[in-house]
Design a protein around this ligand. Sequence first.
Ligand code: MN
Length: 206
Amino acid sequence: MNKNKTVSAAPQVLPALPYAENALAPVISANTIGFHYGKHHKGYVDNLNKLAEGTKFEELTLEEIITATAGKADKAAIFNNASQAWNHAFYWRSLTPKGGGEPPAALKQKIAAAFGTLEDCKKELAAAATTQFGSGWAWLVLDGGKLKVVKTGNADSPLTRGMKPLLTIDVWEHAYYLDYQNRRADYVGAVLEKLVNWEFAAANLG
Ligand code: MN
């Protein structure tokens, strides 16, 4: 317990969705967002706060918890919930109702240097998203100054590999099953064409 607190306040909060629950329809329905944000994402934040209560983790930022617990078998529960809380907050911001289209110039140049064309970059993201076996995430990252596409399983994150995430696509079944059932490739393709937030990715170049 933090001695400076008079009541036990949960330190991590569920960030507001950056748009209405129905704003990504028809690519992602309000029903999917309702469960995904309101149940899954909220559940990770709530579980994290329960696990952190009364421990040193109560005092840390989300990123600090992730870094401190990554790869430690006895801290797997707190890592998984912290990393999923981070990944979901990042995922919502990786999408936008009027997404897709062309990235801002600075990002486009980096995409050209790393992948050739924007289409090649999207193909690589789609391949990572569809070939991730089971639950996980596909990411566009900055790794040593160069853009890369990587995929991570379950709650794992490029943050634990020293990479800087630029955008992500959630490929857990809960992200698409109500709308697309087993057709993960259709969900990924529609996200890349219509929702992906290149402005957000460009802002993350820093
Ligand atoms: Mn999810």
